[in-house]
Design a protein. Structure first.
Length: 196
């Protein structure tokens, strides 16, 4: 799924790492551990395409669906539940297809759209989002509240929930336990154990 060959990344005159080579297969769960500033986040940024490497290759199998924690948590008016569901692009496309088919009054198109919605796990999306919120320590009423009502730390938890909500073949979590208490860390560990 991922192949790194002689990868090198520098920030200014400082080389973070060089000669990094690695093969990761589908289904593997790994942790990247190292001192602050050694390049862990930079490596993830190379994998997401946000940062170019200075040498070598980072190859991700074509068609790989990737999810990661966004590092910016804007104070949006959007209700929390919708913010989480927006992370699932397949779900949102399926919802739009259902709405369009309903508006066109085309029974065949509506049947196909509902099949697409079911394939996107649309019928379980809201309960899954609610379970993520509960697991990450949000009160039951959080789903209806605006994102902007939460502190920066809790908005970062929402970004973690968005990453977990998004269907992915590759889940990249950069420091996912920041801002989490021990109970939430344990919940996250259990969630990740069950992640395909």
């Amino acid at each position: 799924m991922i192949l790194l060959r002689n990868l090198a990344v520098a920030r200014g005159p400082r080389t973070l790492f060089k000669g990094a080579s690695l093969t990761l297969e589908r289904g593997w769960k790994i942790g990247l551990v190292g001192a602050n500033g050694c390049g862990k986040s930079s490596l993830l940024s190379v994998l997401t395409g946000e940062l170019a490497s200075d040498a070598g290759d980072a190859i991700i199998q074509p068609g790989t669906r990737m999810a990661c924690i966004e590092q910016v948590a804007p104070p949006l008016e959007t209700p929390v539940i919708e913010y989480l569901l927006d992370a699932d692009l397949e779900l949102r496309a399926a919802e739009a297809a259902v709405a369009q088919a309903e508006a066109s009054d085309d029974g065949h198109a509506l049947a196909l759209a509902h099949e697409r919605f079911q394939h996107a796990d649309g019928y379980t999306a809201r309960p899954r989002a609610a379970a993520l919120l509960a697991g990450l320590g949000f009160a039951p009423d959080a789903a209806a509240r605006a994102v902007k009502e939460f502190s920066g730390g809790y908005r970062m938890r929402l970004n973690l929930a968005r990453a977990l909500m998004s269907p992915s073949d590759l889940l990249l979590l950069d420091e996912p336990t920041n801002n989490l208490d021990i109970d939430t860390v344990l919940w996250l560990e259990n969630w990740l154990r069950a992640y395909p």
